[in-house]
Design a protein around this ligand. Structure first.
Ligand SMILES: NC(=O)c1ccc[n+]([C@@H]2O[C@H](COP(=O)([O-])OP(=O)(O)OC[C@H]3O[C@@H](n4cnc5c(N)ncnc54)[C@H](OP(=O)(O)O)[C@@H]3O)[C@@H](O)[C@H]2O)c1
Length: 250
C-alpha cells in the first residue's frame, strides 16, 4: 500500500525482522508512519531497512527484556505500538515437553506484552494511541502440539482487554486491541505447525486448522493493522484475523 494516513505517526513493532511483524512494519511505513522495528536478528532488520529506507529504524534488542520496553517507550512514545514478537514452541505432544519448553511462550510472548502494556499505561502514551497485541486463534481452539502456547496467547488476549478497561477507567484515551490470527504456513512459526499437524493428521485436517479460504499472509496482517488504526469501524478489543480480514470476537 502507499499513502500518508499515518504521516507524523511513530509506530513501534516488536518482532519486525520476519513474518507478520515484517508485514506490519512494511504496511505502516507504506502508510507514512515512521517505524521502529525491534528484533534480535540484526541482518534481517538491516535488510528491511534497505527495503524501507529512512522510514524504518532498526533496534536490535530482546523485546521480552523489561529494560528494553521501558527505554524504548520513553524514547519513542509511539502512537502505534504493535506487540507481535513471539517464540516458536517446540512442536511436540504434551508428554514430550519439559516445564521449560512448555512455558517458553509465557517467558517471551506474555512477558513482553506484560512489560510493554504496563509501560504504555504508566507512561502514559498520548490519547489516541493504539496498542495492538498478537494473540492467536489457538487461544480459542487450543494447539495440542505446542505446550503452553494456547494458554499464553489466551492470557495475551485477556491482558489486552484488562488494559483497555484500565485505559477507559483512567480516561487515558489509549486503545488496546488483540488480534487472533488463524494458523498459516506463510510465516516461519506457522510453517512449523502446519507441517507438524500435516504429519500427524494429514494435509486436509491440518489446513482446516487455518480456517476456510486462502492462507493468511504477512501482507494481510499489515493491512489489518492499517485498517484497525485508521478506520472508525473497529471499536472492539479483540478480533480474529484471517485472509478475509478482521472479525470481531463475540
Ligand atoms: N503464523 C501463525 O500461524 C500465527 C498464528 C497465530 C498467532 N501468531 C503470532 O503472531 C506473532 C508473529 O508470528 P509469526 O508467525 O510472524 O512468527 P515468526 O515468523 O517466527 O516471527 C517471529 C518474530 O518475533 C521475533 N522475536 C521472537 N522472540 C523475540 C524477542 N525475544 N525479542 C524480539 N523479537 C523476538 C522474531 O525476531 P528475531 O528472531 O529476529 O528476534 C521474529 O521477528 C507471534 O506472536 C505468533 O505467536 C502466529
Amino acid at each position: 500500500m502507499s499513502g500518508n494516513e499515518l504521516s507524523g505517526t511513530t509506530a513501534l513493532v516488536t518482532g519486525a525482522s520476519r513474518g507478520f511483524g515484517r508485514g506490519i512494519a512494511t504496511a505502516l511505513a507504506g502508510a507514512g508512519a515512521q517505524v521502529i522495528g525491534v528484533a534480535r536478528d540484526r541482518g534481517a532488520l538491516e535488510e528491511l531497512r534497505g527495503e524501507l529506507g529512512g522510514s524504518f529504524t532498526a533496534v536490535v534488542a530482546d523485546a521480552a527484556d523489561p529494560m528494553v520496553a521501558g527505554a524504548l517507550v520513553d524514547r519513542w512514545r509511539p502512537g502505534v505500538l504493535v506487540l507481535n514478537a513471539g517464540a516458536t514452541p517446540l512442536p511436540r505432544p504434551i508428554q514430550h515437553h519439559t516445564w521449560e519448553t512448555f512455558s517458553r511462550n509465557w517467558d517471551v510472548d506474555v512477558a513482553h506484552v506484560f512489560h510493554w502494556t504496563r509501560e504504555a499505561l504508566l507512561s502514559p502514551l498520548a490519547p489516541g494511541s493504539t496498542v495492538v497485541t498478537l494473540s492467536s486463534g489457538a487461544a480459542l481452539f487450543g494447539s495440542p502440539f505446542s505446550g503452553g502456547y494456547a494458554g499464553a496467547k489466551a492470557t495475551i488476549r485477556w491482558l489486552t482487554a484488562y488494559a483497555a478497561e484500565e485505559s477507559t477507567r483512567a480516561g487515558l484515551g489509549i486503545r488496546f486491541v488483540s488480534l487472533l490470527p488463524q494458523l498459516t504456513p506463510e510465516t516461519a512459526l506457522g510453517a512449523v505447525f502446519a507441517a507438524a499437524y500435516a504429519a500427524r493428521d494429514g494435509a486436509a485436517a491440518a489446513s482446516s486448522r487455518g480456517g476456510a479460504g486462502p492462507a493468511l499472509t504477512p501482507e494481510n496482517a499489515g493491512q489489518a493493522v492499517i485498517d484497525l488504526v485508521t478506520g472508525n469501524a473497529y471499536d472492539r478489543d479483540a478480533y480474529v484475523l484471517a485472509s478475509a480480514g478482521l472479525r470481531p470476537l463475540p
